[in-house]
Design a protein around this ligand. Structure first.
Ligand code: DSN
Length: 415
């Protein structure tokens, strides 16, 4: 291929992808969402070409007065949304925000307490992730598998026994609010900082439909801006103690973030404003949709986790598909029907089975953003069941998915 052909191929790939994932699929990846049209429009600006190390109005480069204005707007709206005294939007991803926290509050050789990856933690929490790279001695808080939540007594015991410098709650399988008050008590006994990975549930927190981490005991929240919070891909950190922020700031710049990808900021400001205006309705519907989808899948005979707890209080639904062909087969076959979700480790899976774990993880944020409600969730469950249980040819189901999606191509809850 010559370069002209390569360019044509890239253009085709993007437009075909945009049509497919944007208009023809049921997107159920729990860590994804879409921006509103206005946020997306403003994502594409000259901000993309510029450099701005440092804080607004205290930069190391010139030519940034409008960037300062927009970043300051993000900070002010974010502080309001999350009831925080400081908020920083410079981490360019949720994972980086976690690494910044690990670097701010623990040093090489310190003990660090967090859930394990199969129990729902992000990979940054693991020995093979950012925590290990920082040289921390990772100890895990056990999960109560019936409750699908941290086991309070055992988690407190781990904290008291290992006396970590840092404890982290939250994660990427996140069905129910974590017991922050109890973790706070244990952290206080050993003098640990308590952080919270709010990446998945940030939009639900902003919409006041999940726990309020800063009021319940977390010192600092690190998060992505693009999961249930439907902003541009990126991260943020926020908290209430100036002492903590003093430790965090040098770990952002100059340590771990040089330029912070400025084109995100106008889109983030728009999303913050949308969440102030529409966040409660949106977040409420995301959770209602997850509960409706879980209930319908359960009625179709799927082994949906946490039945005794009402399945979920977040955007996620976790299904044990070890009797339905396992995670990889389900996710790959559903993709052929334009139903997109990910295979996922379940709490009892060995971490080495991550290529074919026993679960699937489903999220309702994006389809809610496109206006789907409970009746649509029932139909989504039926489509999943036709592929996974009835073994209908996924290419036949795909035609029904495309037809169904035609009514849900405009983003709601936005200006
Ligand atoms: N890998 C993401 C998730 O899907 O949960 C978190 O960054």
């Amino acid at each position: 291929m010559n370069v002209k052909e390569i360019i044509d191929q890239v253009k085709d790939a993007v437009s075909t992808h945009d049509q497919w994932r944007g208009k023809e699929c049921i997107n159920l990846i729990a860590s994804e969402n879409v921006m509103s049209p206005l946020a997306w429009k403003l994502y594409n600006s000259d901000f993309e070409h510029r450099y701005a190390e440092g804080m607004p109005h205290k930069r190391y480069y010139q030519g940034l007065s409008y960037v300062d204005e927009v970043e300051s707007a993000c900070i002010e709206m974010g502080k309001k949304l999350f009831g925080a005294q400081f908020l920083d939007v410079r981490p360019i991803s949720g994972g980086l925000s976690i690494l910044i926290l690990l670097s701010s509050f623990a040093k090489y050789g310190d003990h660090y307490v967090a859930p394990s990856v199969p129990a729902g933690a992000h990979i940054s929490q693991a020995e093979f992730g950012a925590a290990g790279i920082r040289g921390l001695e990772v100890r895990h808080m056990p999960l109560d598998k019936e409750e699908m939540n941290l086991d309070i007594d055992k988690s407190k015991k781990v904290i008291l026994e290992h006396k970590p410098k840092l404890v982290n709650a939250g994660g990427t399988i996140f069905l129910f609010p974590h017991p922050l008050k109890e973790l706070r008590e244990a952290a206080d006994e050993v003098g640990a900082v308590l952080t919270y990975d709010g990446s998945h549930v940030l939009g639900l927190i902003a919409g006041k439909q999940f726990q309020d981490p800063l009021r319940e005991g977390a010192d600092v929240v690190g998060a992505s801006a693009h999961k249930t919070f439907p902003g541009p891909q990126g991260g943020m950190l926020f908290g209430n103690s100036e002492e903590h922020y003093k430790k965090i700031k040098p770990k952002i710049f100059p340590a771990l973030v040089s330029n912070h990808h400025l084109h995100r900021l106008p889109a983030l400001a728009v999303t913050m404003a949308e969440m102030i205006e529409f966040g409660e309705d949106y977040a409420r519907q995301v959770i209602k949709n997850a509960q409706a989808l879980a209930q319908s899948l359960h009625e179709y005979g799927f082994s949906v986790l946490a039945e005794n707890k009402g399945f979920t209080k977040s955007h996620q639904v976790i299904v044990d598909v070890s009797d339905n062909g396992r995670g990889a087969w389900c996710a790959e076959t559903l993709e052929k029907a334009n139903i997109i979700m990910n295979k996922n480790l379940l709490p009892w899976d060995d971490v080495n089975t991550s290529k074919d774990p026993s679960g699937i993880r489903i999220g309702t944020a994006e389809m809610t953003h496109f206006g789907m409600k409970e009746p649509e969730m029932k139909y989504v469950a039926e489509l999943i069941k036709r592929v996974v249980v009835d073994k209908v040819d996924p290419l036949r189901v795909k035609e029904d998915v495309k037809e169904f999606r035609k009514d849900f191509v405009d983003v709601k809850y936005c200006f």
